[in-house]
Design a binder for this molecule. Structure first.
Ligand SMILES: Cc1cc2nc3c(=O)[nH]c(=O)nc-3n(C[C@H](O)[C@H](O)[C@H](O)COP(=O)(O)O)c2cc1C
Length: 211
């Protein structure tokens, strides 16, 4: 399978960076190929300009899709699966990644418009349905905290049910919890985190699907 990784972390001095590398090592061990958008490194622009806003707000297919967004569309449609890797910032992905969704999930590509009766008002959507969507989210707080507060459910709702929706056939969110620099578990569980990331890559869907 060809896997498109969307990665967002501002520093290589991070657990997230190591999780990313272990995941890639796992993917390669299973014979998968991959491409990546490293959003901070690319200095990906995350703010919509006015024309982009008007295109989305008024379903204006006549307004142009910027070239950097088209490049992301090509990466998606040339892949079989998509993987998001990021640290949790204020109970969401970093703004760098949220802005990627704002700009890349465009009308006519990631979704088609419907009228108030649910009837399609555009030609449909150009984005192919991917075999799998995987989210690797690295978070400071504990799983207990995320369950009790409902934040885990919220993360799954937003990333899996809303952003990935039916754009992928299967989907999963793996939360790496208890990774805060203030906690002892960050160091004691470091190898466990990296093994888990490696396994997520090595046990990705079988290669036969669409290589
Ligand atoms: C601006 C900022 C906001 C953060 N917000 C949260 C948060 O809402 N919940 C949480 O569990 N951790 C939060 N963290 C901790 C990060 O998820 C932290 O980056 C995580 O431990 C991963 O470690 P790494 O940055 O070394 O990859 C935040 C960190 C920063 C810098």
């Amino acid at each position: 399978m060809k896997v498109f990784i969307v990665y967002a972390h501002p520093s290589e001095d991070s657990l997230t960076f190591h999780v990313r590398n272990s995941f890639i090592a796992g993917l390669e061990s299973a014979g998968h190929s991959w491409i990546m958008s490293d959003l901070y490194k690319m200095n990906f622009r995350t703010d919509m300009d006015e024309e982009e806003y008007l295109r989305e707000a008024y379903y204006r297919l006549d307004l142009k899709v910027p070239e950097d967004v088209k490049a992301e569309h090509s990466k998606i449609n040339s892949s079989d699966a998509i993987v998001f890797i990021y640290p949790l910032f204020w109970s969401d992905a970093p703004a760098k990644m949220v802005g990627w969704f704002d700009r890349v999930w465009t009308y006519g590509f990631a979704y088609a418009g419907t009228d108030d009766k649910g009837k399609l008002v555009s030609q449909g959507r150009l984005m192919k349905q991917l075999e799998k969507g995987l989210v690797l989210c690295i978070a400071g707080n504990t799983m207990e905290y995320f369950r009790e507060t409902g934040i885990l459910a919220a993360l799954e709702k937003v990333m899996l049910d809303d952003r990935l929706f039916d754009r992928v056939k299967t989907k999963e969110l793996i939360l790496f919890d208890g990774t805060s620099r203030e906690t002892e578990s960050r160091t004691s569980r470091w190898d466990e985190f990296l093994n888990r990331a490696y396994r997520a890559g090595a046990d990705f869907l079988p290669c036969e699907i669409s290589r």
